[in-house]
Design a protein around this ligand. Structure first.
Ligand code: HEC
Ligand SMILES: [Cu+2]
Length: 341
């Protein structure tokens, strides 16, 4: 889709300055239109600046040079500079708008994945109830992403697919993609690295860390993955399930596990805390009391984080309702916290 300006040169530019390789069914069209606008602008930029320099040199005021009277009007020129840009703009509008409509509505029978954005996490929920913090999709299948935000504006952006859509609090938005290439599993596979997914709307302190990976599987592998992911509590020991949930539910965004007690993390570190005493302020009280980190304290910290605030920390932990985190999942997280030294 690109003029040959030395294809090696172009591929360097394309890989570094612009976008990663095209990996979805719409990526080619999006890039084609982008390149068309880009090279058209470049062409007119050179043309206009070229004429400008030429006229400056030709007409600047100097001894022995007589002034030419300023022309008032040139019909042929005016019609040309109206018609040609109108046609070009029409072409851009036509291709831009038809592709926009295509990208707006997911094809029927798309596989639907719910995307839940919150500060500063992505959660993906699959039709069988599985959840993940990285995105997994099947290859060569239309996938609709139903987007939600739990707090502020975020934007769901997968550069390799050339799709981007806002996640707006209080309403649903959506976009879709059909991936054309598989990626490695990230563990043992040597095919493509997983693609990147970013939040593309500044959403506060850790906006730049609001990222996820996109794994594209062969259909059969995807079915296996999504089946296993739906049953983490059954398919893992409680400690392992707790570890998965701790990352997936976003605890790791606010709690370090290496003792880092700095303001980088909103909450206190959670390693080595099991069974130890801490000072907390009960809600509405100004005299701290001592409590021990045990099962009920952790449970309360998750269900009613504002009931007791750790001295030296500000309230601000997400309230995990039973819809967000089931009782069995809290039990698994507790098992995991106990293992952290
Ligand atoms: C948005 C940030 C945030 C998220 C997400 C978050 N926490 Fe917290 N957490 C905090 C803050 C801030 C505190 C300290 C204030 C308080 O006591 O409520 C805290 C306190 C705690 C405490 C008490 C710590 C102590 O030393 O006494 C526990 C236990 C805890 N969180 C567990 C969790 C678990 C488990 C998750 C995930 C299910 C989680 N948190 C998710 C911010 C967060
Ligand atoms: Cu965001």
């Amino acid at each position: 889709m690109v003029p040959e300006i030395g294809s090696a040169m172009y591929s360097i530019l394309a890989d570094t300055m612009f976008f990663p390789p095209e990996r979805s069914s719409v990526a080619g069209t999006v890039d084609g239109l982008f390149d068309f606008i880009y090279y058209l602008s470049l062409f007119f930029f050179v043309l206009v600046v070229g004429f400008m320099i030429y006229f400056v040199l030709k007409y600047y005021q100097r001894p022995g040079h007589t002034e030419t009277p300023s022309p008032s009007h040139n019909e042929a020129l005016e019609i040309t500079w109206s018609i040609i840009p109108s046609i070009l703009v029409g072409v851009i509008f036509f291709f831009g708008f038809t592709e926009y409509l295509n990208m707006r509505e997911a094809p029927e029978n798309s596989y639907e994945i719910q995307v839940i954005a919150n500060k500063w996490n992505w959660l993906f929920r699959y039709p069988n109830g599985a959840e993940s913090s990285d995105l997994h999709i099947p290859v060569d299948r239309d996938v609709k992403f139903l987007l939600q935000s739990q707090d502020v504006l975020h934007s769901f952006y997968i550069p390799a697919f050339r799709i981007k859509m806002d996640c707006v609090p209080g309403r649903y938005t959506w976009t879709w993609a059909r991936a054309t290439d598989t990626t490695g599993s990230g563990i043992d596979d040597s095919s493509h690295d997983p693609f990147h997914l970013f939040c593309a709307e500044y959403c506060g302190q850790k906006h730049s860390q609001m990222r996820a990976l996109v794994y594209v599987h062969e259909t059969a592998d995807f079915e296996l993955w999504v089946e296993k992911a739906a049953n983490i509590l059954e398919n893992n020991t409680p400690e392992e399930a707790g570890e998965i949930l701790f990352k997936r539910k976003g605890c790791a965004q606010c709690h370090s596990l290496d003792g880092d007690n700095s303001a980088k993390y909103a909450g206190p570190p959670l390693n080595g805390q099991w069974g130890t005493d801490r000072q907390v302020l009960p809600r509405g009280s100004s005299s701290p009391i001592t409590v021990k980190m045990d099962e009920n304290y952790v449970r309360q910290s998750i269900r009613q984080p504002n009931a007791e605030i750790v001295v030296g920390r500000k309230p601000g932990m997400t309230v995990f309702t039973p819809q967000l985190l089931k009782d069995e999942e809290i039990t698994a997280i507790i098992a995991y916290l106990k293992t952290l030294k």
